[in-house]
Write a protein that binds this ligand. Structure first.
Ligand code: IPE
Ligand code: IPE
Ligand code: MG
Length: 257
């Protein structure tokens, strides 16, 4: 397809999303396939990560246009620290570059950026970039962009459990008072709704330690496309698919089955 016919297809899909019913309030994405995208082109893996930045731009614009309130992107997992040093460095450099390049536009478009994860593992320059984008965009409200970096759900849950144990030991909490709300309030996602839709790119069918608690009733959409090739059209297609589903939350269909 030519660039103009891509744009026309995206506009058409956006119309369908807007008229197709409920738009997911919170979309979470496991951005996967950068390495394979590069390998297909006989390029080193960091080239795939660099191309992935364009896809981030695309989905942010798409989420804004569709009226999604929260967009959560899994950018770097706790386990990803075990990749070769050169790849980890390239990814961290790209995080800083992404923030430097996009901060003005994100601020102008009303996007609030939050970076969630074990940020004490970041280099000082990366941490400074994170603090800059968070403070520059803190008052925005059109879309909240949650970037999960140095994040793993099991460790997030362990921290929450430890915090509750501390509260019990200090007499601030009784074991009987521990419920889903108490757990949820101790997670990084405490002030956002659970994801309605989880997208994973590159055809992989696993969660890879992302938001284990929060995804309990999330609709899952697997796209075969490698992350660098994912764009607005693919996002709108995923939302259209979501809009055709029936979420039952363990109950029976209201139509009766
Ligand atoms: C996703 O692409 C980016 C990160 C996990 C940081 P990958 O780097 O996992 O790409 P593949 O899965 O090897 O193709
Ligand atoms: C999941 O992708 C993590 C991110 C997208 C940041 P991985 O490529 O690291 O996951 P696995 O190894 O395929 O499970
Ligand atoms: Mg991968």
């Amino acid at each position: 397809m030519s660039p103009s016919s891509h744009a026309a297809a995206a506009t058409d899909l956006l119309e369908q999303v807007r008229s197709g019913g409920h738009v997911p309030r919170h979309v979470a994405i496991i951005m996967d396939g950068n390495g394979r995208w590069a390998r297909e082109r006989l390029l080193p893996r960091p080239f795939g990560h660099r191309s992935g930045m364009k896809a981030v731009r695309e989905v942010v614009q798409g989420a804004l246009a569709a009226g999604v309130a929260h967009l959560s992107l899994f950018a770097f997992s706790n386990e990803n620290w075990q990749r070769p040093h050169a790849e980890v460095s390239a990814l961290m450099a790209l995080l800083e570059e992404y923030i430097a390049r996009e901060v003005d536009e994100l601020a102008d478009r009303g996007v609030r950026v939050r970076v969630l994860g074990e940020l004490d593992r970041l280099a000082p320059s990366a941490l400074a970039a994170v603090q800059l984008v968070e403070s520059r965009t803190a008052h925005n409200g059109a879309l909240t962009l949650n970037l999960f970096i140095s994040y793993g759900a099991r460790r997030e849950l362990v921290s929450a459990m430890r915090a509750m144990a501390r509260d019990v030991a200090a007499g601030r909490l009784t074991p009987e008072a521990i419920d889903e709300g108490e757990v949820g309030r101790r997670l990084l996602t405490r002030d956002m709704p659970d994801p309605d839709l989880l997208i994973r790119t590159s055809g992989e069918q696993r969660i890879s330690n992302f938001l284990l608690w929060q995804l309990a009733y999330t609709e899952i959409y697997i796209s075969p496309v490698f992350w660098p090739d994912f764009g607005r059209e693919e996002l709108f297609e995923a939302i259209r698919d979501y809009q055709r589903r029936e979420r039952r939350f363990g109950k029976v269909s209201p139509q009766g089955a």
